[in-house]
Structure formats: structure tokens, C-alpha cells
Design a protein around this ligand. Sequence first.
Ligand code: UDP
Length: 345
Amino acid sequence: MKKTVLVSGGAGFIGSHVTVELIEAGYDVIVADNMSNCDMTCFEGVKKITGKEDIPFFKIDFCKEEEVRKLFSDNKIDAVIHFAAFKAVGESVAKPVMYYKNNLNSFLNVLEAASAHGCHNVLFSSSATVYGEPDKVPVTENTPRKPATSPYGNTKQMCEDILQDTVKATKGTDGEIKGILLRYFNPIGAHPSALIGELPRGVPNNLVPFITQTAIGKRECLSIFGNDYPTPDGTCLRDYIDIVDLAKAHVFAVGRMLENKMKADCEIFNIGTGKPVSVLELVNSFERVNGLKLNYKFAPRRAGDVTAIWADPTLANKEMGWKAERSVDETLAAAWAWEKHLAGK
Ligand code: UDP
């Protein structure tokens, strides 16, 4: 029998790509989203890519306990992937209560309802942000977490802990929960169809949407935050992971849960390429791959940025059988195709 996966926050950037990959892998998917940070563009794109017009969609506020309970009691859900959360670091510093309220309550409601309604598998979308400024790179899953530098980062750490505690507490009970934490590095790019991609509201915080919006003429100039870091070219190093590769990691993780292949009741995997790329290298690659010149300047460092972080993805490679496959060049071409698609070009 087909298994059903609930994707909370499924209309957003990562959620929509994950929905596509799950459907293509043969899962039934339920998408739920409160649409607070997206419109229906990506959900419509998902339907086009998969050719599936009848994907169940629920407009749900995950902070509302009754709505979440009803979703789980009305539907037989085998696994839930929880994305529904606010994600802007700077905004979280300005509005901590809003971030804690939203990101914690929504996850608590999902856990409670999953446990009460026979959904035993919970995958939480975590982030490399939990490592803070690491003492050593690349980071493995055993690299100690550092105190969070923003309320956003803190909500990721807290949700990781909440899931781990819940897994321990429910073991052997009817409401048993098994968990997987995927720690994403820097997801970028778009689906090769250019029908879904990142849709930031207002001025983008993240590098690649800022690059593509500058290239299309929506922004005047990209500021590269800091060129005096102790790195080869002075700009920060990150691990940019293609969004489709990242989405596929979820298919491996869900399969692992549903086929009882987990080696522990709560597992953690880094989802990255293992290759550090500097901001300047990324900008240069974008220009080369897409045959254009980008207007950029060097600007002061951005508060809270870590100098260098990239993944050791060995565990995900060996244990899950997942590996990042697409090159940064392919990914940057896809990001540009998506921006042009948005502009109707
Ligand atoms: N960055 C930049 N200009 C921008 C946005 C980001 O130079 O307009 C840099 C940022 O300082 C960091 C890297 O790009 O070194 C990735 O930033 P992003 O916000 O995309 O992800 P983060 O690593 O902060 O999660």
C-alpha cells in the first residue's frame, strides 16, 4: 500500500521541491501550509511537474492545535516532514517572541498530534546554523553545537532537542515517535523545469536570490558582506547544496523510517556537498555559467555571519545512500532559469 507523507510548509521553497521528489518516488503526499510566506506559485508548479492535479492541500495554521489535530485525525499519515517555520535570521532578532511562538508551537502541535494519531515518523528540517561558528571544519554530526546566535537558530536547536526528548519518552508506547533531523547547509537553485524555486518576499536575505534579482535588474547591486575574512579570497565559505539534491535526501530519509532501516530511534544527518565555496567564487561561477556580468561591491561584514562552515556528509552518503550530485554550475544555471521564468523571459 502506498504510504502517505504530510509535508508541513509544503508550498514553500524547500517543501515544494520535496513534494515533487516524494511524489516521483511513489508516495502519496499531503501538503499543508498557512501561506504566510508564499503564494500558490510553487504548489501550482508542483502539480505541473508531477502531472498530478489532485494533490491534497490544506491551508492550515500549525500554531492552531485543533487544526493540526483535525488534519491528523482526518487523514492516515505515515510520516510527517516539518518545514512550517519562520526562517529569517535578522527578523528573528527583531521579533524573538514571534519566532519562538511560531516555530516552537507549530512543531509541538505536530508532535502531539502525530503521537496521538498513529503517525510514528517525524522528520525535522534543521540547519547547519545549529553548529554556530565551528572550531573545526568540515563539521560532522558529532561536532558540538554552539550557543545559537539568533532566536531563529535557537528555535532550530530547541526543536532538535524537543524531538529527541519526545523520541525517548514515547519509546515502546502506542504513540511512539521516531525522528530524523536533517541539518541543511545552504540550499540554492531551483527545479530544472524552472517551474518551482525560491520566492523571497521583499529584499532577499540569502545570497543566491539576491544575485539572480540583481542580474535580472530588480536590485541595483549585490553587496558581498566582508572580504577580510581569514579565507583564501577573504569572503566567507559555505556549502551550497542543490535544492533538488537536498529534496532527494528527504526521500531517502523517509524511506529509511518507513522501511525500519534506522540504526537509532533519532538520527541526525548533515545534508551538504562537503565542498566549501566562497561568496566570490559563487558570484564568479554565476557570471561564467550564465554568460553575464553582475554588478557587485564589497561591503562590511554582516553581523552574525560565521567565517567558514561546510559539511562532512559521509554519514548521509554511507548510511542513507544519498549523495549530492549536481554541480554548483548546474545549480546556478537553474537558479537563473527560475528568475527568468518569474520575469516571464
Ligand atoms: N551574502 C552576501 N551578500 C548578500 C547575502 C549573503 O555577501 O546579499 C553572504 C553572507 O555573508 C554569507 C553567504 O553569502 O557569507 C551566505 O549567506 P546566506 O544568507 O545565503 O546564508 P547563511 O550562510 O547566512 O545561512
